[in-house]
Design a binder for this molecule. Structure first.
Ligand SMILES: Nc1ncnc2c1ncn2[C@@H]1O[C@H](COP(=O)(O)OP(=O)(O)OP(=O)(O)O)[C@@H](O)[C@H]1O
Ligand SMILES: [Mg+2]
Length: 243
């Protein structure tokens, strides 16, 4: 049965969608089957990152409102990575219980489900987090993103999350910039957000341009290694954080 993770960030543009796509790819290499649910209603992205945008017919609102069956709304990026696209508009009356049932309906077919959230600590994000086994917060190594992560973290801790099921991923880290004091160090980020680290992804130019299917990350890149390490940790492997 799939472990469900909500992927969130206080501040926008921290790398949630990039994380979902590349972590799914790393998990696939470990033989795991992953469902990506685009939870960013009104601003879907994952269909573009996976290059299946021209194939989108149905989305999760169509499933919720009985316009199509669970399976029919899925898009196949590969045998092991599937996408449930987001509706183009934010549903007026989002029914969190119905959405939870919908997500649980997919649980048996996968090892992992990631819900790619909109930025912030709004109702949609909290509803996603509450139905999940864990929440992964993305933040870039700067004061504004750190504050966003802290605020979202506080919101989730008030709703029962803790050091085990709430984890931080620092994205776009540049160790040289951190040494020059131009970025926050991972220690600073943890001190400011009070959230345990799951991983650190370096700045990687290829991630800015490439959709996953056009150009996979080079297996020699540090970013590739970072995603593989995060995937391994999610599978329960003890992989030390080396910065
Ligand atoms: N490690 C990285 N190195 C370089 N660029 C990155 C990295 N991670 C993400 N990016 C780039 O940063 C931008 C924002 O990433 P992404 O869309 O994944 O963020 P997001 O948190 O999903 O944004 P939103 O809040 O709008 O949903 C994209 O152009 C992406 O390619
Ligand atoms: Mg996004």
């Amino acid at each position: 049965m799939a472990k469900i993770y909500t992927v969130a960030s206080g501040k926008g543009g921290a790398g949630k969608s990039t994380f979902c796509a590349n972590t799914a790819s790393a998990l696939e290499k470990l033989g795991k089957k992953v469902l990506l649910i685009d939870g960013d209603a009104g601003f879907r992205t994952l269909d573009l990152l996976l290059k299946v945008d021209s194939m989108v017919v149905y989305d999760w609102l169509d499933v919720l409102e009985n316009r199509c069956k669970n399976e029919k709304a899925l898009l196949f990026y590969s045998d092991k990575i599937q996408l449930l696209p987001a509706p183009v508009e934010i549903p007026e009356n989002f029914d969190a219980e119905a959405f939870k049932k919908l997500v649980y309906g997919y649980r048996d077919g996968y090892d992992f489900i990631f819900i790619d959230s909109p930025a912030g600590a709004g109702n949609l994000v909290c509803s996603y987090a509450l139905l999940s086994d864990g929440c992964i917060e993305l933040a870039t190594p700067d004061e504004v993103s750190a504050r966003g992560a802290e605020i979202l973290g506080d919101t989730l801790i008030k709703r029962g999350f803790n050091g085990e099921n709430l984890r931080l991923v620092i994205n776009r880290y540049d160790s040289k910039a951190a040494k020059r004091g131009r970025q926050l160090s991972p220690d600073n980020m943890v001190d400011k957000t009070y959230i345990r680290l799951l991983g650190v992804i370096p700045e990687e130019r290829e991630l800015t341009f490439a959709s996953l299917s056009e150009k996979e990350l080079s297996p020699y890149s540090e970013a590739y290694e970072a995603f593989c390490n995060i995937a391994g940790r999610l599978c329960g492997k003890e992989i030390p954080l080396i910065l």
